[in-house]
Design a protein around this ligand. Structure first.
Ligand code: ADP
Length: 573
């Protein structure tokens, strides 16, 4: 640590020890890679604040900067302002010895701006990176927007941070005003205001730590404050807005400045003004990069990876998120290659848990979030994509028949899905063809399991018999959901239960019931099939299934269940 920051820490140490709660601060510092988990654990066993400061005195300038940023993120603005004057400033140095342009100067500027570090395991994607940087250079001449869009976990945020990690962008003529990162995510207006307040605070502190401005207290005021800061005080700086969901967020930043944003929704920028450029993150990592990640996590050479490695990368189509999640798991349990591959093949996403700072607990939540923001009626349509076969592309016309909607309307809906990265479009073909990423399809199929489980939970005391729309839905489609979710055992016991037969023949009609038995016939019990094929026609007029079933042979399962129910009924009185 340089002299300045060192003496500052010593001067204000008592204030810091009194006022701050170190546990959250340390989380940020770990994310920045300036504190290790071991160190954190040691600190936790002692007087935390004092121990953390003690450790920082033995560390480098980066730690000080990261600590400063963490204070701001945790809204200890007054404490941060005590440290501000001594923030280390590395002067621009010759950067020839840093071939990737990541000089100490860049490092300082980026960490002051809150730009996240590389993930622990990182592979370069030069082609994409160059595309983003090329667009950023366009912003040299005039303000505007660069959008990086793509599906959940495709690596947009990592790419955005990497694009900024480049000497000639910052030091050269492009963004001499610095780079400022703001993580947005799904938030409401009050949260957005808090985010902008803390950004304003950070920017104002950098200019003059003595000045204490009142934080803007409405979004309009915040927008004006930002406009002033960006135009007058930080001209030619780049603002990176990470993970935007809503146009209202972009509108708050529609102030003629230079913005790089990441989103799953390509059309967000339609609502703001200025020059616009976009980069799509369309495909996953190629095999080599995917294997490289697995090799790095598991500390092996590429050629020493087991056979399953290749299948894992292939199975998730090189999704950086999934490969990294599995890599991190393998690091802990190096003998589970086969097991995780199987989990992935069986779509057991819930067991593939998060390990990094990724915002969503598991992949399925990330996917669910994308679907939840669709308007209700489109959400239902989207779920219909489960009828598509893997790796098959369909023209809009097929969907127009499926949904019974005019082709123009279908095209609009498909475009919306594609813009939100929920669907892929093959534009090389005329007419365009549409298809889902394998993982998306698997996720949708997984929804069948979910709906069955929810049903079982909700109706654990018996099937609904009201006959209203909701009841009809369940009675009509429950078997299909079970079949699609591959819940053979559940399907079997459902169709093989007299309760179900009774309810279904009453609520729908015996014809529907029989239809189920034809559709799912192969898994069913012979005696049951015979009973239904012989008595199906009678159900229409004599809905008392139990009575009918009681006349079956005494040894049959049908009889056994019927007898049990009859006994239950009589004991209930
Ligand atoms: P997105 O913003 O598209 O949802 P992120 O950029 O947050 O996705 O990436 C999700 C996860 O994928 C990261 O937490 C990281 O583990 C992994 N990842 C993304 N890009 C890379 C990369 N270039 N190298 C290694 N891992 C990556």
């Amino acid at each position: 640590l340089d002299e300045g920051p060192r003496s500052c820490l010593l001067r204000v140490r008592h204030r810091l020890e009194q006022d701050m709660k170190p546990s959250y601060i340390m989380d940020h510092m770990i994310t920045d890679g300036v504190l290790t988990v071991d160190e954190e654990e040691k600190i936790r066993t002692r007087d935390q604040a004092a121990a953390l400061l003690e450790l920082m005195l033995r560390k480098d300038n980066r730690t000080y900067i990261s600590f400063y940023n963490a204070l701001i993120k945790e809204t200890y603005d007054d404490l941060a302002s005590l440290l501000h004057a001594d923030l280390p400033r590395t002067s621009p140095t010759a950067y020839k010895s840093f071939p990737d342009g990541y000089t100490p100067y860049v490092r300082t500027v980026l960490s002051e701006g809150g730009v996240p570090q590389r993930p622990v395991v990182f592979v370069s994607r030069p082609e994409l990176l160059n595309r983003v940087r090329e667009k950023l250079y366009q912003l040299q001449k005039e303000p505007g927007w660069v959008t990086i869009f793509g599906m959940a976990g495709s690596g947009k945020s990592v790419l955005a941070a990497e694009a900024a990690r480049y000497h000639s962008l910052i030091e050269g003529k492009c963004f001499p005003g610095g780079i400022h990162w703001l993580s947005i995510g799904q938030l409401d207006k009050p949260d957005l205001l808090v985010k902008i307040q803390s950004l304003c605070f950070r920017l104002e502190q950098e200019l003059d730590p003595q000045l204490h401005h009142r934080p803007p207290n409405s979004l309009d005021e915040a927008k004006e404050r930002m406009r002033f800061l960006m135009l007058r005080r930080y001209p030619r700086s780049l603002l990176i807005l990470d993970d935007i969901w809503d146009t209202s967020v972009l509108k708050a930043f529609d102030i003629q400045c230079r913005i790089l944003l990441t989103t799953r929704n390509r059309s967000l920028v339609d609502s703001v003004s200025g020059a616009k450029y976009e980069v799509e993150v369309a495909s996953g990592l190629d095999e080599k990069k995917g294997l490289e990640i697995l090799a790095l996590y598991t500390n092996r050479k590429m050629h020493g990876l087991p056979e399953e490695a290749r299948s894992i990368v292939k199975e998730c189509k090189g999704s950086p998120l999934v490969v990294s999640l599995i890599g991190a798991l393998l690091k802990e349990k190096p003998d589970r290659w086969h097991y995780y591959l199987r989990q992935l093949q069986q779509k057991q996403f819930k067991r593939i848990r998060k390990s990094s700072s990724y915002d969503y607990d598991a992949l399925d939540q990330a996917m669910a979030a994308s679907i939840e923001v669709l308007p209700e009626e489109h959400r239902e349509l989207y779920k219909d994509f489960t009828v598509l076969e893997k790796d098959i592309k369909v023209p809009a016309k097929v969907l127009s028949i499926l949904w019974d909607l005019p082709i123009e309307e279908v095209e609009d809906i498909l475009e919306e899905f594609a813009n939100k990265s929920l669907l892929f479009m093959d534009t090389n073909n005329k007419p365009y063809l549409y298809y889902l990423h394998d993982l998306q399809l698997d996720f949708l199929i997984d929804l069948h399991t979910k709906i069955v489980l929810q049903y079982q939970q909700y109706y654990r005391d018996g099937h609904p018999t009201s006959g209203d729309e909701e009841c009809q839905y369940w009675i009509r489609f429950l078997t299909d959901h079970m079949a699609k979710a591959n819940l053979t055992q559940e399907l079997y016991s459902l169709m093989f239960s007299l309760d179900w037969v009774t309810v279904k023949s009453q609520v729908m009609s015996p014809a529907h019931l029989i239809n189920d038995y034809i559709a799912h016939g192969p898994i069913l019990d012979k005696e049951f099939q015979e009973f239904l094929s012989l008595n199906g026609h009678q159900l229409e007029h004599r809905p008392d299934v139990v009575q009918l079933a009681l006349s079956e042979p005494l040894t049959s399962e049908v009889y056994r269940q019927a007898r049990m129910q009859a006994l239950q009924q009589s004991s209930r009185g």
